[in-house]
Each structure stands twice: as C-alpha cells, then as structure tokens.
Design a protein around this ligand. Structure first.
Ligand code: FMN
Length: 217
C-alpha cells in the first residue's frame, strides 16, 4: 500500500474480529516498527506481545483493578488544559459517543474505563523503555510506535494506542513480571478490524496547518 494512502487511512480501531493474527504477521509488524530512526541508533524501545491465555489473564487483572480504582479518561496533565486542547478532546469524545453506546458499553463506562478496545483485541502490546534513558528518548519510542501503527494498517490490521492503561502500570508489571527498570509507556491493541460497528467508522479531524505550523523568514 502506498505510504501516503496508509497515513491518510489509518484510524484507531476499537472493535476487532475474532480472527487470529499469526506470529509471522506480528513479527513483520515489529520488524517494520524497528526501522524507526533513533538517537545514536539506540533503539530504546522494547515491546511485549501478549495474546491467548496470557492476554486473558492480563485483562482479568486489569478489569479487577479497574473495578477497585477510580480512573478517568483524561490527558494525564496536572493542570487544566488550555481551551484549544480541551476543545479537541471534547470533540473526539463527542464523535465517539454514538459508536460506544451502540456497542453496549455505556458512555460513562468508556470515559471511566477508556481502555475497552484493549480487551476485545486478539493482541495486546505493551511498549516499554529502560528507565535509565532520559525523557527525550520517549520521542524515539513514539517514532517506533508510529511505524508500528502504519505498518499494521498497511497489512490490513487495526490498532489503537491505549494510554489510559498507564494508571494500571503496576498491575501490568506484576502480571507480566516486567523488571522494575522497565517503564511502561503505552499499550497498543492490535487485530483484524471489525468494520461494522460505528465505533470503528469514526474519522477524527485535524487542525488546519495554520494552527500547527509557523513560518520564520
Ligand atoms: C499516546 C496515545 C494514547 C491513547 N490512549 C487512548 C485510550 O486510552 N483509549 C482510546 O480509546 N484511544 C486512545 N488513543 C487514541 C486516540 O484517541 C486517537 O489516536 C485520536 O483520537 C485520533 O484518532 P485516530 O487515531 O483515529 O486518528 C490514544 C492515542 C495515543 C497516541
């Protein structure tokens, strides 16, 4: 698939077919994700793939923790967001509202437990980086995740990054026995998309170039 087409078409997938993803396909996605550039070619990203029974065990632990803790689907900032960002997040939640309620999940449940797309996906990826790296290396990991999302899409796979899961990083580390030195940065759901549910037909918009680009001459 043409790269521009892949970039334009990719969208977050929140409902998946019960169709297995082969180990070979998963490996191909990660081979492509690993082609991302990184400072000094450090390649600081490390990925954990869970599927089958191990994924089911992880989901059970997360559901249990979610029932016990109060979490909200927010941007993780310590201060209120400036209006222009707050408006963007309100917009995306409004866009998702009809799709979410049609799948049987209540809207408030989604806001509280925004990680629902992780649960139905055949593959759950945990993105980690060694804590010894400075925060600037998050950028490198982000680049690799971008490659991952695009490669998966080009292969017909759907993905959804799941940031909310970070409220339960301790649960994930414990369940998967992730060493203390590895920081969990993100989870990514992956699988063949179910194209029917409205939640998968949402196409989010983007700001005009004038909002994100300044010219200095
Ligand atoms: C770092 C990060 C964390 C995200 N966390 C979640 C999440 O917890 N739950 C969710 O449903 N979507 C999550 N998303 C997906 C965003 O909502 C989505 O990328 C955004 O609304 C743009 O839509 P698109 O991916 O369809 O283009 C996350 C995306 C990123 C990049």
């Amino acid at each position: 698939m043409d790269l521009f087409q892949t970039m334009k078409e990719r969208r977050s997938t929140r409902a998946y077919l019960d169709k297995p993803v082969t180990r070979k396909e998963v490996e191909q996605v990660f081979q492509l994700a690993g082609l991302a550039p990184s400072a000094m070619n450090l390649q600081p990203w490390e990925f954990i793939v869970t599927y089958g029974e191990e994924k089911d065990r992880l989901v059970s632990s997360l559901k249990k923790a979610q029932a016990e803790r109060k979490t909200t689907c927010g941007p993780g900032t310590t201060k209120p967001l400036p209006e222009k960002f707050a408006q963007r997040s309100r917009q995306v939640l409004e866009l998702m509202k009809p799709g979410i309620t049609e799948t049987g999940t209540s809207y408030s449940q989604f806001i509280e437990q925004g990680s629902c797309s992780f649960y139905g996906a055949p593959i759950a990826i945990i993105v980690t980086m060694d804590r010894l790296f400075p925060k600037t290396r998050y950028l490198d990991v982000g680049l690799s995740v971008s490659y991952l999302l695009l490669a998966a899409h080009a292969m017909g796979l759907g993905t959804c990054p799941i940031g909310l899961i970070l409220s339960f990083a301790d649960v994930i580390s414990h369940q998967l026995d992730i060493p203390e030195n590895m920081e969990i940065l993100l989870a990514v759901a992956m699988g063949y998309p179910d194209k029917e549910p409205p939640v998968n037909r949402i196409k989010t918009g983007r700001e005009d170039l004038s909002e994100i680009l300044s010219w200095y001459e």
